[in-house]
Design a protein around this ligand. Structure first.
Ligand code: AMP
Length: 590
């Protein structure tokens, strides 16, 4: 496909806001791709160079792009920069500069999608002395021999600002439409995506082998599986009832979720967001290589700092210091981690995900029996609410977060939140509800000194998975620390959007919209019904109703912005509705 054609589809996408129409355009675009380029087109449409676990950054900063636009069009850097500051959109600046180019236009080259993608990958590998100039030259080459419309996307893509409003769920639906003429095969495609976390790879198999290839899709080492998530219930009685009177009850550790992949002496670890975090855990890597009774394995656990002498778990704030890139080796000596393993997905060539929990757990325990660093999570088999309750209380006393009850006969369901795992945390039992993870979609200036400073409050949203949009649920205007204020201001200014981002559903209008990207942890007193927030207000294809909102929301957590969650991992609308019913139920019980 020529890049010109791809840019044409992107222009069409930008012009529409109906999701159904977008799915249709995307499906036509995928259909028009050649056999082995659909993966590249998918990555480009997602605004990335590769799936997240490969950690490939574009390596292009705003300044580099401004220089490239100037070099390609003969305008001064200052002019390009001014234009960019005014429009807030690097793509529009590139398009405008290219239209009014002062240089004699070189004969336009018809770049293919493959060529543009290859150049971007090449740019991502350039580093060291003189690297900026080399990147500027390569980018300028692409811009100067393209049309203004192509220049717009060439400028936006490496800065991660494509602004197409297309999420993973929409891409999956479009792939389904392409392959079967219907949107309902999305579930099978999502199944394949859940076990490889790579939309490009899913698209490629679909294009080459059709739906049959997708149904045969297999788990593979070093492609992370999308993690299973837990539902919530407020009481031990309800959990045991739901589990049918018998369940495994595991301790819930508040550390880093780690998915460990091992083959021989190669070990990689992936976070809950499926980013590679291998370098953070040298002692876990060593243990995985030397202690495990398995040559090849994929398993999951929670890594936590643990004091060997006192037997105490250290708080998350201390464990999280591992995020720093430096001093990890020293920390692995002064504050070693334990990995509390809780599930097994693959071992010695065999897929364990379909095997019932008890079988998975037994095999996992066998594989770990010689390790002191990677140990099975603490657990009991409970047959009554009383037993569950006692285990919960003793876990809290040990400094843990709570428990996760697990259905003994359930499979591992990648990427899904199901009642086969039910969590119960300390916070449900008191007056306060659990925290929620919300996506920032806009911000307010506030009044007085806050307005002068340039930041006064947030507009936050939950993720509606079935509509693939972000629905507002809370305005947060108080309780920020100085550090949070300046961090939020600085980071949000960089992702401002000139209008409401396509995937945001909001009645309220903040002073500035931002691309849905950052997730914050929010605690509130309760959830109320609300006519001004869109969370839970509309169902797919239906009009408005009444939404949900948080009462007395404030930011909590050790990081202002959660680094382990992306926008689509935020609390979902469904969860908010569910938390509302738990809360109603608790207040009746009280
Ligand atoms: P939450 O983040 O509150 O939704 O709780 C789910 C998270 O708890 C999972 O993503 C894991 O990172 C973590 N976790 C800690 N201990 C366990 C356990 N024993 N089983 C499953 N998940 C656990």
């Amino acid at each position: 496909m020529l890049f010109k054609e791809l840019a044409g589809y992107y222009e069409e996408l930008e012009a529409v806001s109906s999701r159904l129409t977008m799915v249709g355009i995307l499906s036509e675009m995928f259909k028009a791709s050649e056999l082995d380029e659909i993966d590249k087109i998918i990555y480009m449409t997602e605004g990335v160079l590769a799936p997240p676990f490969e950690g490939v950054e574009s390596g292009v900063a705003e300044k580099t792009m401004i220089d490239a636009i100037a070099m390609a069009t003969g305008h001064s850097k200052a002019d390009v920069e001014n234009e960019y500051r005014a429009s807030g959109d690097i793509g529009l600046s590139a398009m405008a500069a290219s239209r009014k180019s002062r240089l004699k236009r070189i004969a336009q080259k018809q770049f293919t999608v493959r060529e543009i993608y290859a150049s971007m990958r090449k740019i991502a590998t350039i580093s060291g002395v003189g690297s900026k100039l080399s990147k500027v030259r390569l980018l300028a080459d692409m811009i100067s021999s393209s049309s203004p419309a192509e220049a717009k996307y060439i400028a936006r893509y490496p800065l991660g600002q494509l602004r197409l409003g297309v999420g993973d769920a929409t891409i999956l639906e479009a792939l389904s439409l392409m392959a079967t003429g219907e949107r309902k095969s999305k579930a099978d495609l999502e199944g394949a995506f859940n076990i490889c976390s790579d939309l490009g790879a899913v698209g490629l198999v679909l294009r080459k082998e059709g739906m049959e290839g997708i149904r045969k899709f297999k788990v593979s080492l070093f492609k992370p599986i999308r993690p299973q998530l837990a539902e919530r219930l407020p009481t031990a009685e309800e959990i045991m009832k739901r589990m049918g009177g018998k369940a495994a009850v595991e301790q819930k550790y508040d550390g880093f979720r780690c998915q460990v992949h091992k083959k021989g002496k190669t070990v990689k670890i992936y976070s809950r967001r499926l980013e590679e975090t291998t370098q953070m855990f040298p002692e876990v890597i060593a243990a995985a290589i030397h202690d495990l009774d398995a040559e090849s394995i994929i398993f999951e656990g929670e890594a936590l700092a643990y004091n060997d002498v006192t037997g105490e778990f250290l708080p998350f704030q201390e464990t999280i210091q591992r995020k720093r890139k430096h001093g990890i080796k020293a920390m692995s000596e002064s504050m070693p981690l334990r990995l509390f393993a809780f599930d097994l997905m693959y071992m010695e060539g065999k897929d364990y995900m379909g095997i019932p929990y008890s079988g998975r757990r037994a095999a996992l325990e066998r594989a770990l029996r010689n390790s002191k660093t990677i140990i099975p999570s603490g657990r009991i088999i409970a047959t009554s609410p009383g037993e569950l309750e006692r285990f919960f209380e003793s876990s809290i006393e040990e400094g843990l977060e709570g428990i996760v009850a697990k259905d003994l006969s359930s499979a591992y369901t990648a990427g899904a939140r199901k009642f086969s795992w039910i969590k119960m945390k300390r916070s449900y039992k008191g007056e306060l509800s659990d925290t929620v993870d919300l996506v920032i979609v806009g911000y307010y200036l506030g009044r007085g000194s806050r307005a002068e400073f340039g930041f006064g409050g947030l507009l936050c949203a939950a993720y509606n998975k079935s509509r693939d949009v972000f629905e507002t649920v809370s305005r947060i205007g108080t309780g920020f620390t100085e550090k949070q204020l300046s961090e939020l201001k600085e980071r949000l200014e960089k992702i401002r959007s000139s209008g409401k981002p396509v995937r945001v559903d909001s009645i309220l209008k903040p002073d500035f919209w931002v691309e849905p990207k950052y997730v914050v942890v929010v605690r509130a007193d309760e959830i109320t019904r609300s006519p001004t927030h869109t969370c839970g207000m509309r169902r797919q294809g239906e009009g408005g109703g009444i939404g949900y909102a948080l009462r007395f929301p404030r930011l909590v957590g050790d990081e202002t912005i959660r680094s382990d969650k992306g926008a689509e991992e935020a609390t979902t609308t469904e969860e908010i509705v569910e938390m509302f019913s738990i809360q109603k139920h608790l207040s009746i019980a009280r």
